[in-house]
Design a protein around this ligand. Structure first.
Ligand code: ADP
Ligand code: MG
Length: 344
């Protein structure tokens, strides 16, 4: 099922929680919306689910309008399943009973409902726990029950609102892999909401970066990481330093070095531009820019560091293959950079 939003706005009082948002999620895509807390992500999800109605704009599922000037299709008629942080399972029902519930609610006999539920339990690899009650499951297992129940509810689109936020980091990584596997096996369209950019980059086919009710950029994780359109996106996704410098003919002048940079654009007439330097653009080099490490942390196999360079407005972020300490003097060379669009 495809999802299309056109100029959707939703305000609470004076505050526009969702402000003129337009995007399209193709059928079967894993689409992540990522942005800081309070930027309007949950409101966006509730609008698509039909739990809120837009003040302006239109929402269409599979090309058919479900919210807008033509009226509202109620949530239960949208074939959209929602998974929240809290799993909202029936505590008195077993795993199988929870997943069969949507079928029984539609009038199937218990035996028929259980039989259909079995297929969904296989999709989430929970057949072995079919007889347990939710209280005897881990957070990740409960999540899988909630997903299976969405499928039983005939959802063609699954909306997930920070579903992994309550899990411990170890389980989180495992669940990321599982959610992606579930998506690929079930053939649903997934809209996944998170404030965690690392999670979005790892999971998404396409991601949308949201801030203050607006979508700032939509693209593959690689596009958004490598070619951010504005400062907010550059700073929110991944590590790096933003420096202003003169750019002409694809070359920036930083601390006396000539650095080849991309993104200057057609007819870039030179002048000071904002340039993003990712850790991959910064290497150790004898006789390079004189710098001092201001932060170092071990990340298993490599070290993430920050380096202060006198005269540069921000410390450079870099990765080191060998141990280092705060205060170490190093020489650095910049090997590339991305020039933000004018006005970005
Ligand atoms: P996020 O999920 O990105 O953290 P939300 O969509 O929950 O953001 O909220 C966006 C903004 O809208 C916040 O400022 C929040 O306080 C406000 N908001 C959300 N729901 C309501 C509501 N029902 N009534 C009033 N304000 C709301
Ligand atoms: Mg939220």
């Amino acid at each position: 099922m495809s999802i299309r939003l056109a100029h959707v706005t939703k305000a609470f009082g004076e505050h526009r929680a969702v402000d003129d948002v337009s995007f399209e999620v193709p059928e079967n895509a894993f689409f992540c919306v990522v942005g800081p807390s309070g930027c309007g992500k949950s409101t966006l999800l509730r609008l698509i689910a039909g739990l809120e109605s837009p003040d302006a704009g239109e929402i269409a599922l599979d090309g058919a309008a479900v919210a807008g000037p033509g009226g509202m299709v109620p949530p239960e008629a949208r074939r959209v399943g929602v998974v929240f942080q809290s799993y909202a399972l029936w505590p008195h029902l077993t795993v199988a009973g929870n997943v069969a519930f949507p079928y029984e609610a539609r009038g199937l006999s218990r035996a028929e409902a259980r039989q259909k539920a079995e297929a969904h339990l296989r999709t989430v690899a929970l057949e072995a726990l079919a007889g347990r009650r939710p209280e005897a499951l881990s957070g990740g297992q409960r999540q899988r029950v909630a997903l299976a129940r969405c499928l039983a509810g005939d959802a063609r689109t699954i909306l997930m609102d920070e579903p992994l936020a309550n899990l411990d980091p170890h389980l989180r990584s495992a669940m990321e892999v599982e959610l992606r596997g579930f998506h690929d096996r079930s053939g649903v369209t997934t809209l996944f909401i998170t404030h965690d950019q690392r999670e979005a980059v790892a999971l998404a086919d396409v991601m949308a970066v949201m801030d203050k009710g607006r979508i700032l950029q939509i693209g593959t994780p690689q596009e958004v990481f490598e070619r951010p359109r504005c400062e907010m996106v550059a700073r929110f996704i991944g590590r790096g330093a933003l420096l202003r410098a003169e750019v002409a003919g694809g070359v920036a002048r930083i601390g006396g070095q000539a650095v080849p940079v991309a993104g200057e654009g057609e007819g870039g007439g030179g002048g000071a531009r904002a340039i993003l330097f990712r850790p991959a653009d910064v290497t150790l080099a004898e006789g390079g820019l004189a710098a001092r490490l201001s932060a170092v942390s071990y990340r298993g196999g490599h070290w993430e560091a920050m380096a202060e360079v006198p005269g540069l407005a921000e410390p450079l972020a870099l990765d080191l293959a060998r141990p280092a300490r705060v205060g170490d003097a190093v020489g650095l060379r910049l090997t590339g950079g991305w020039v933000l669009p004018e006005g970005g």
